[in-house]
Design a binder for this molecule. Structure first.
Ligand code: PLP
Length: 452
């Protein structure tokens, strides 16, 4: 049973700001010094140049001691809140005991692997551990090639799988990723609930039509060498974009018939974020390959590649490990995170939070002229702002203004142009979630009251 006690916030004093303006002077000074040397940071920072110094539970504290509700979790990372004592203690224990011993066995690594095999749905028994999501994806692609003997891959429009070579080849990308997508890397549209390409008469996505197109594309557009279809179950980076409920259940047999593996990139959606251990469990579909990251170590850089029993030995066919993968601190962080989810009944709580979120935001698209869509699964949500609700033309200026206003009023989200990504920790008490949503609603109302 979830207990909110350790995560409670005195909301009567909220937002707790010590400076007249946020970001305050110390934040601005640190940002200015960082900006002098650190190049290429995100809109998250550009639009709200704070410096954060502390995090506890669902809260973030900046360099001027101003306290915010954190609806960003880094960037969808701290699923269990900041500095959970059990996780921090586990990391600290190994930081003073053993930092790296390549891929030799150690007790903490064995306990993590056994726990993973026990916790994941289905028969995932083969793993490899890494230090970044994109590295897990790259190795997942190599694994798919080893299993199938095929070379090509298909990704979904606006999916994101990382910023290195082949992971970028199946992501929405730009000219700096290379002269073109790497040969043999293709993208196909997904049945997105808000912007479907092919619809039934009631306006919902017509998944069968997508599959018809996929069949034609695989035959005519590829060389028949597709090893895997790589997909985010819910697209995090694109703005918590949720597919039609029948997509994965219909896609899996479609791919099986063609000898193509289903590779679910659960780096963002995995480990409790959407109210189940894997997001794919919502549709009762077992992928062949899965990648894990972000909340897997709750902030410690640890990621994983998981494969089902029938394919596990293929992992030995290519040198699958890397330098930092499976280091004792990483294993301790991931094991402790898994134990916290179980011990504190957080999957159930994430689902309860989804219900509270839905109830609090139910009237918003009717109430606000620029709010086109509100979507949520567990503790992963997105608000999408549009210029016109019929054409659904994105309205990035509004999305950005809402992000900045919410932050200045005490809630930090993740901006993505016209989309406000909301990713509270799954430990969040209901009243803290509601307070955060109150602040966001105020930010939307204020933005709409201003001239465009
Ligand atoms: C679904 C997904 N895959 C892969 C990645 C890449 O992870 P990393 O930034 O750790 O390389 C991300 C990061 O946002 C992601 O959301």
């Amino acid at each position: 049973m979830y207990d909110p006690t350790p995560y409670q916030v005195d909301l009567t004093r909220f937002p707790e700001f010590r400076t007249a303006e946020v970001p305050g002077p110390r934040s601005r000074e640190l940002h200015r010094r960082m900006e002098r040397h650190l190049k290429g940071f995100s809109d998250h920072v550009r639009l709200f140049p704070a410096a954060f110094e502390k995090g506890y539970g669902c809260l973030l504290e900046d360099a001027d001691e101003n306290v915010y509700i954190d609806f960003s979790g880094g960037v969808h990372v701290t699923t269990l809140g900041h500095c959970h004592p059990k996780i921090s203690e586990a990391i600290a224990r190994y930081a003073s005991r053993l930092m790296n011993a390549h891929d030799f066995a150690s007790e903490i690594k064995v306990r993590l692997l056994e726990k993973l095999a026990q916790t994941l749905p289905g028969d995932f028994t083969g793993f490899q551990l890494y230090d970044a999501g994109t590295v897990a994806v790259e190795n997942g692609l190599r694994l798919a090639r080893a299993i199938t003997g095929r070379q090509e891959f298909v990704g979904g429009f606006t999916d994101f799988h990382g910023k290195t070579g082949h992971a970028a080849g199946i992501s929405r990308t730009n000219i700096y990723s290379g002269p073109s997508r790497a040969p043999g890397f293709y993208m196909l549209p997904r049945p997105d609930l808000y912007r479907p390409w092919w619809t039934r008469s009631d306006g919902t996505p017509d998944t069968e039509k997508y599959l018809e197109y996929y069949a034609a594309f695989l035959k005519e557009g590829t060389t028949g060498q597709v090893a895997a279809f790589v997909l985010e179950p819910i697209q995090g980076w694109a703005g918590s974009v949720i597919p039609a409920d029948d997509f994965f259940p219909k896609l899996k047999p479609f791919l099986e018939k063609r000898g193509i593996l289903l590779f679910a990139d659960e780096i963002l959606t995995g480990f409790g974020r959407t109210g189940s251990m894997l997001c794919m469990e919502h549709w009762d579909v077992l992928p062949d390959i899965v990648t894990l990251g972000k909340g897997f170590g709750n902030g410690f850089p640890v990621t994983a590649l998981a494969v089902r029993r029938e394919y596990e030995d293929f992992m030995g066919r290519f040198s699958a490990g890397n330098t930092y993968g499976g280091n004792p601190m990483a294993c301790a962080a991931a094991l402790a995170s898994m134990e916290v989810i179980e011990e504190e009944s957080l999957l159930e709580h994430a689902r309860d939070i989804e219900a509270v979120f839905r109830k609090r935001t139910a009237a918003w698209t009717g109430r606000y002229r620029t709010l086109g869509d509100v979507r949520v699964k567990g503790c992963l949500a997105g608000l999408e702002f549009v210029k016109d609700k019929t054409t659904k033309e994105p309205f990035p200026e509004v999305g950005e203004r809402v992000y900045m206003k919410a932050a200045r009023n005490g809630v930090v989200c993740i901006p993505a142009g016209s989309i406000l990504r909301i990713s509270p920790a799954i430990v969040i008490p209901e009243d803290v979630l509601i307070k955060g949503l109150d602040i966001i609603e105020e930010a939307i109302a204020e933005t709409e009251a201003e001239p465009d």
